[in-house]
Design a protein around this ligand. Structure first.
Ligand SMILES: NC(=O)c1ccc[n+]([C@@H]2O[C@H](COP(=O)([O-])OP(=O)(O)OC[C@H]3O[C@@H](n4cnc5c(N)ncnc54)[C@H](O)[C@@H]3O)[C@@H](O)[C@H]2O)c1
Length: 328
């Protein structure tokens, strides 16, 4: 069975040269889909999709989702929109709050407006568990949790995007699958805790400072599980005019503490006993950080999709992939 089934041939993928987006390109092209990767390279990397440039089924468009005429023109003729583009600089986002308004909310508005003009129905959207804010610090929340009061401009951007996708589904006949992810890990990761720890340990193997108070616990899962879960939902959870869109938590219910991630990274780098792991001691790792992200995935489990690996397994595998010890 192909990832998106046989009703889809041409996929318009925003953020297609980013970390997760480039893995989506690999998987879709390997199964014979045609893919247009639309990316402004604010955080994408050319080398992630360079290997596909000679593939006639692949088209790379270097352009911005904020450019509505271009996104509308380039989207024409596609069967499905997979919307991954967003500002993902979580640590820096509070210093440039307009980035989340633009690259998330306005970009998403333009994407659904371009879909309306091009009469394209299905959209898969990468939202985030960050939308739950304080609600998921202690309790494991499901998709009905609310009221949502975001703790970061990033989370506010995702809530605004979900809102525009939902209303375009109800007003203009789009069908939307929106996924509130845990933390996604794998090769090519360009941000986040594993990337940061490895980078800093390469600069100074003697010491690793953990930001925050060291009690942070989040759920981690691998790129292939994230991509597989989104595609599986599109194929197996049909939308219709009565229920044109839905939101799903996606990931694992297990969590990994930041100190355990540090231990695994140090071990996989062969630095056990050589690196002193220190804890900064501040309440939050950065302004807008959400130290604990706990959610349930019972809704998608009931439909029949399960994450195969625990959060700890995903962390270990991802570290090994980033270090080139494993493929994937
Ligand atoms: N990585 C995670 O753990 C995680 C968790 C939850 C949600 N998400 C969401 O998944 C999506 C992909 O994340 P990622 O980790 O691959 O990040 P990423 O930064 O690697 O990918 C985002 C891509 O979007 C592009 N982009 C940003 N703004 C754009 C714009 N205005 N127009 C065109 N392209 C633009 C960037 O250049 C980049 O290539 C994002 O929406 C992110 O919020 C990721």
């Amino acid at each position: 069975m192909r990832l998106l089934g046989d009703s889809i041939s041409r996929v318009f993928l925003t953020g297609g040269s980013g970390f997760i987006g480039s893995h989506i390109c690999d998987k879709l092209l390997a199964q014979g889909y045609e893919v247009t990767a639309y990316d402004n390279f604010s955080n994408g990397r050319r080398e992630f999709t360079a290997g596909h440039l000679s593939n006639p089924n692949f088209k790379l468009v270097e352009a911005d989702c904020l450019d509505l005429p271009t996104v509308t023109k380039e989207m024409a003729g596609h069967d499905l929109v997979w919307h991954m583009a967003a500002n993902t600089d979580l640590i820096g986002s509070h210093a440039q709050p307009a980035r989340d308004l633009n690259d998330c909310v306005v970009a998403t508005f333009n994407v659904v407006e371009a879909m309306r003009q091009n009469k394209i129905k299905p959209i898969l959207f990468a939202s985030s568990g960050a939308v739950y804010g304080q609600l998921c610090l202690e309790n494991h929340v499901n998709e009905t949790a609310g009221p949502l009061s975001p703790m970061s401009t990033y989370a506010a951007g995702k809530i605004g995007s979900e809102a525009f996708i939902s209303c375009y589904c109800h007003l203009y006949g789009l069908h939307g699958w929106m996924f509130r992810f845990g933390n996604v890990l794998g090769s090519r990761v360009t941000h986040g805790v594993i990337f940061d720890f490895i980078k800093r340990l390469r600069e100074n193997p003697k010491e690793l400072m953990i930001l925050g108070d060291g009690t942070q616990k989040k759920n981690y899962f691998l790129t292939e599980e994230c991509i597989g879960g989104m595609a599986w939902s599109f194929v197996n959870i049909p939308m219709n005019d009565e229920c044109p869109c839905d939101v799903f938590n996606l990931g694992t219910t297990t969590v990994t503490r930041v100190t355990e991630i540090a231990r695994i990274v140090v071990e996989e780098l062969g630095l056990t006993g050589k690196t002193e792991i220190k804890i900064q001691g501040t309440k939050r790792a950065w302004l807008g950080d959400q130290p604990k992200v706990h959610f349930t995935v019972e809704k998608i489990n009931k439909f029949g999709w399960y994450c195969k690996h625990s959060s700890d397994e995903a962390v270990r595998t991802a570290v090994r992939r980033v270090l080139g010890k494993e493929q994937g």
